[in-house]
Ligand binder design. Sequence first.
Ligand SMILES: [Zn+2]
Length: 300
Amino acid sequence: MTDPVQRLDFGRVSVFLGHKSGKYPDGNQVVVRGSDTRVAFDTPLVANRIGAELDAAELILLGHVHEDHMAGLHRLPRAAVQAHELDVDAVRSWDALRRHYGVRAAVADALLDKLRREFFYVPRPDASGYADGALWELGRTRVRALHMPGHTAGHCVLLVEPEGVAFLGDIDLTGFGPYYGDASSSLAAFRATLARVAELPAAIWVTSHHRGVYTDRGRFQEALAAFAAHLEQRNERLVRMLADGAKSLDELAAMRLVYPPQYEELWVDDAERRTIAQHLDELVAAGRVALDDAGRFVHT
Ligand SMILES: [Zn+2]
């Protein structure tokens, strides 16, 4: 992957597109050149192929904390690192990141190994927290953090003004649909976030993965609606999974709701379990699914 990094400019904001427009495990890098301060939003794998434009950043604002958004932190030991106060502990230590994911002890060492090898993972004990509404005046441009949780507890949209660029992070509008499978994730919070993100005062929407950049409000809203529709589709799929009889959470997780059956990753079993459990909560509350005497789920 030595081809030059594709770059899009919107005033003082530059977007460096990762491989396949930032398809996971890569991501898209945003750099904001204030007249006083240069800021980077996240540091995905592509951060390692940009050079001076990124390496001169004095401040890294993490929109949320996950391995694929921290893959360039090792290059910037002198830059200040900030994340929302509900995510910041996960930047500071591996132990907190492990709890943030909610990985089982049995796979924790293997995951740490993988993050070091594939994402240049280093913790940043020096990271500090920011709150909803935090404002950074960078000189002729400024950044506002809007807390939009669900993907993680501290997930934020970073809005650049006056350019009107909204960095959506992992409200990524991909065909996979919303991800809320970690210990710090929440389906209910993601639902509220999806309603709010439609109303952002933005003209350019930058996603972390695969979809890259939207500059047309109609196309953005269409993509957002398709992304949000995954939530109902998952509820319907789960009901169909119960059509031939009662199943336990473990049995449903083994059948897979969000990942393809052949897809193997260290976190898949835990993520499926948590994702399915949250949908079951919704379906039970709606009276469409109930628990039988053996503690298995049945379609009512
Ligand atoms: Zn993420």
